[in-house]
Design a protein around this ligand. Structure first.
Ligand SMILES: [Mn+2]
Length: 319
């Protein structure tokens, strides 16, 4: 069993780096912090290695003292564990540190995972990597405290859209119930993660709604976020999260797209579907990936009109 093997490798290691994907979301960050806090209890030397600063809404999470932000100086670890990371590109600059480690592990739930590590555990049925890390901590016989439970609860709550998406199973709720019994403050987390915003994000939402287009007989919603829009709102990149849901929530829309076009030519696409379109397959055609109903890709030097045209063609095909 690969999971047993991974657990025994981790148990034997002295120094371990844990890496969530770039632009870490609630699942990537929550799982990493939970695993880090848990392994600290086994007296491991733990570094949670991030590409960027912790997003503001997750600042309250426990375990942030274990976090290091990327710097060019490379430290060697016995084992490096990538969490919630579909492919090596999603490790950003930290890929170098990952590749330099004698043992690499990849634990994920993305259907498009490229199995880039020496040991790969990909459970596509898991709603969040938080569910897998929950099982790992159980299997390793580490006691759950409120800190670990809070991080895992945030991981699971965010990747299920607050237990609303189709990836939510009875197991998801059983795990959440277990975590709540360990002292998780549901109302406080909901407030901090789901019901708290910045003025900049509200402004960005307004501008996004203004630029929203409805295409393909109402089945496709499209928003393009330019530097001009970002500057007008004064918004940070992390504040574009969730904009894609505006389009998807519209009745009749099956696929929602947000294209973020940066001044340096980079184009980031965020795709969501409502029921039947597999957006991870579409993202795959642009060398991206994700889940059936939530996916994305990045083009380094793209022509917006060209990307838009190709993307809409692929979506039309899938509709
Ligand atoms: Mn995830």
């Amino acid at each position: 069993m690969i999971m047993n093997k991974i657990n025994s490798i981790i148990s034997e290691a002295k120094s371990i780096a844990i890496m969530p994907h770039i632009s870490a979301d609630g699942d990537a960050l929550g799982s990493s912090l939970a695993l880090g806090i848990a392994l600290k209890k086994l007296n491991k030397d733990i570094t949670i290695y991030l590409e960027e600063d912790i997003p503001y809404i997750y600042n309250f999470l426990p375990g942030t003292e274990l976090v290091n932000i990327y710097s060019a100086e490379i430290k060697k670890y016995d084992v490096v564990v990538a969490l919630d990371t579909g492919d090596m590109k999603r490790l950003g600059k930290r890929a170098e540190i990952f590749e330099a480690a004698p043992i690499t592990i990849n634990i994920d739930h993305h259907t498009t995972n490229s199995e880039f590590a020496m040991y790969n555990y990909v459970q596509t049925g898991a709603a969040a990597v938080g569910e897998i890390v929950y099982q790992m901590i159980k299997d390793m016989d580490i006691s759950f405290d409120t800190d670990i439970s809070t991080c895992l609860y945030v991981a699971i709550a965010t990747d299920t859209g607050g237990f609303r998406y189709s990836n939510t199973t009875s197991v998801t709720h059983q795990i959440a119930g277990y975590l709540i019994n360990k002292g998780v403050d549901v109302a406080e987390i909901s407030q901090r993660v789901f019901e708290s915003t910045s003025f900049e994000r509200v402004k960005l939402t307004g501008l996004a709604i203004k630029s929203l287009e409805i295409l393909e007989n109402g089945k496709v919603a499209l928003v393009v976020l330019t530097d001009d829009i970002m500057n007008e709102a004064g918004a940070k990149e992390e504040e574009t999260d969730g904009i894609v849901n505006l389009g998807r929530n519209i009745r009749g829309v099956e696929v929602s797209v947000v294209l973020r076009k940066k001044g340096n030519g980079e184009i980031k696409a965020n795709l969501r579907s409502k029921s039947y379109v597999d957006v991870s397959a579409i993202a795959n055609m642009f060398k991206g990936g994700g889940h059936k109903k939530a996916a994305g890709f990045r083009v380094e030097n793209g022509n917006l009109e060209e990307i838009k045209r190709r993307l809409l063609e692929d979506i039309k095909e899938a509709l």
